[in-house]
Design a protein around this ligand. Sequence first.
Ligand code: ZN
Ligand code: ZN
Length: 197
Amino acid sequence: MCPSSDYPDDFRKCVEFHGHMCPGLAIGYSAVKAAESLMKTTASEDEELVCLVENNSCAVDAVQVLLGCTFGKGNLIFRDWGKQVFTFYERRSGRAVRASLRNSSPNREAQHELRKKIDSGTATEEDKKRFTKLREDYTKSLVSEPESYFEVKEIKIDAPPLAQIADTAPCAICGEQTMVSRMVDRAGSMICKDCAK
Ligand SMILES: [Zn+2]
Ligand SMILES: [Zn+2]
């Protein structure tokens, strides 16, 4: 789904990367925008800006696009806590800003009921249209009013570790190059976790 021109360009870029427009993506967008009130969040070319995300939902894709915090560069850190919480850490200053989603969709109940109908196959065309409309309203509102959804505050955290250049060695069974720190010692031979299963 391509968002209409009433969305900002940077949100459209997020949608392009993510593949569809959804409230989840808008949550990540909104978190970054809300944090901007306390920290100049600009896209990071190296590891200057680190983002710690507490979920691996659609929201994280917006963080990657807007801030250049990526799994590959090591400045996107995933903590599997199932929360819509995003902490932005600036290495140079040591400042950290935590953005936490406090409010959900104002139509949460209605969306929930419609979703149940759709999943059980009892939804009418009218129900489906209404569901889509409510999701779009929520997405639009997240994008345009981050401050009414996110609580942001400055916090103190330890500097997240820098990405390490990892030593690799061939696995004794499959021969594939593997990070030594991830290998398992099996009777004196170092093997990969796949072969150790
Ligand atoms: Zn999504
Ligand atoms: Zn192996």
